[in-house]
Design a binder for this molecule. Structure first.
Ligand SMILES: Cc1cc2nc3c(=O)[nH]c(=O)nc-3n(C[C@H](O)[C@H](O)[C@H](O)COP(=O)(O)OP(=O)(O)OC[C@H]3O[C@@H](n4cnc5c(N)ncnc54)[C@H](O)[C@@H]3O)c2cc1C
Length: 422
């Protein structure tokens, strides 16, 4: 069995940034395992611009952004294997993978970085009534068909769900000559970024109907129409509000699910809110030496934050290897609790010994909040109270914790993040 210092599962933006930072932290034997035929992950199909404003201070397309990191992987001569599917990881970090040339093989890893990304919520989970004709795609599948395979899924389109991929595909399909008739969103707010609503819907005159869902699908062989209706506060369709749209394509953009089958099977403690691993300030999971970053940890809006997070995971995995791969987490760390409007935090514990001078804690709110405060409490004392004009579930929020302030606070055992009106 071959030994590597660090094995990274997934060669998307998270895996690439983690690999580069581990190398820069002095780690020699690093291997990226990627099941696809190229590095870059999902960004390869995101050919629109808007990537990299934070990281590179310029507007790049998805493939351009991914290539900046791929180039560093090539320059640093970091090893990677494509067409390679990781099948299993044991809790003592033996990685089992397979591909066509090596067959099934195992690697003993000093540290493992989970960077498997996320996938779209499948239609089966959405309980839409009607037949199952051709013409219904997830927005990401349609994105791949149009941008990589060169096929148009259809000409008259209805989109269910206003996640970012759905919004981006509304614009993309329009630019390719299709008529996007409506975007229906079950929730009273959009699941996507405000900038995408403006640039992808408003600029093209595409209506967004909040609190609406699909109640009927017509067509036996191929989709011919869908009916949407308004939903009440109980989430149920309101009779008499139905609107029928003839169309040949229905795109579904109803959320992303972190790809954590491997993590679950190896026994990593998972968050029921993010569907990702629970991690400490080092982005280390409940299994020592196993780190997580990117969309497998929690779904991000911006890839720039994925890269930042993955850089930290790479540094921490490198530190673990340099410490002789020993579990030094003798203390549990201070708990970070999300409550009253804040749905979760990543990380969910912080150790004073291990944290850097500054720690970014990311979280999402559960509803739309206007003119409200992000408050942070150390035990029962409020220590941060930041006014925000607007917060929505589609936009990730963050706070920065300072090590010095945590150290100064005597007897600190709980940090609470909540949303307050005043
Ligand atoms: C369809 C879709 C479209 C998106 N569009 C945008 C967008 O326009 N703008 C934006 O900012 N964000 C977009 N996102 C979010 C985007 O995923 C993130 O910004 C970023 O790509 C996340 O990086 P990642 O490395 O965590 O995940 P990914 O880019 O998904 O990379 C994960 C990689 O892991 C590999 N992998 C998974 N499991 C295994 C395994 N068992 N063995 C080996 N390899 C494995 C996958 O093949 C993949 O290459 C989109 C997401 C999806 C799903």
């Amino acid at each position: 069995m071959e030994n590597y210092d660090i094995v990274i599962v997934g060669g998307g933006p998270a895996g690439l940034a983690a690999a580069v930072s581990a190398r820069k932290s002095g780690i020699d034997k690093i291997l990226i395992l990627e099941r696809d035929n190229e590095l870059g992950g999902i960004l390869n199909q995101c050919i629109h611009n808007g990537f990299g404003l934070h990281t590179f201070k310029e507007e790049l397309t998805g493939p351009e952004y991914a290539y900046r990191f791929m180039q560093q992987v090539f320059d640093e001569k970091i090893e990677y294997k494509l067409h390679t599917m990781v099948m299993d990881i044991s809790d003592d970090r033996i990685v089992t993978a397979m591909n066509r040339t090596d067959g099934m093989f195992q690697i003993k890893a000093g540290a493992v970085i989970l960077a498997m990304g996320c996938r779209e919520r499948p239609r089966g989970a959405l309980n839409i009534p009607g037949y199952r004709p051709a013409g219904i795609f997830s927005a990401g599948t349609a994105q791949r068909l149009v941008n990589i395979e060169g096929y148009m899924p259809g000409r008259e389109v209805v989109i269910l769900g206003s996640g970012d991929i759905g919004l981006i595909m509304a614009r993309r399909m329009t630019l390719e000559g299709a008529k996007v008739k409506v975007v229906a969103e079950l929730m009273p707010y959009s699941g996507g970024l405000k900038r995408n609503i403006v640039q992808c819907l408003d600029d093209f005159g595409i209506p967004l109907k909040l609190s609406h869902t699909v109640v009927d699908i017509e067509g036996k062989e191929h989709l011919s129409a869908v009916t949407i209706a308004e939903v009440g506060s109980d989430g149920k369709p309101i009779p008499g509000t139905e609107e029928r749209y003839t169309c040949d394509t229905l795109l579904l953009s109803c959320g992303l699910i972190p790809e954590n089958e491997l993590s679950r099977e190896m026994g990593v403690n998972m968050s029921p809110v993010t569907n990702g691993p629970i991690v400490n300030e080092s982005l280390e999971t409940s299994i020592p030496g196993v780190f997580a970053c990117g969309n497998v940890l929690h779904v991000h809006d911006l890839v720039d934050f994925v890269s930042q997070e993955a850089t930290l995971a790479g540094e921490n995995a490198a530190a673990f290897v340099k410490n002789g791969c020993k579990d030094v987490s003798d203390e549990k760390g201070i708990e970070i609790v999300a409550t009253e409007g804040a749905r979760y935090t990543v990380p969910s514990t912080v150790s004073l010994d291990r944290m850097n001078d500054l720690l970014t804690v990311r979280f999402r709110v559960g509803a739309v909040y206007q003119d409200s405060y992000v408050s942070v409490y150390f035990n029962d004392t409020r220590v941060m109270h930041n006014l925000k004009k607007i917060m929505a579930p589609g936009e990730m929020e963050q706070i920065i914790l300072q090590k010095e302030k945590l150290k100064e606070f005597e007897g600190l055992n709980k940090i609470t993040v909540k949303i307050e009106k005043e």
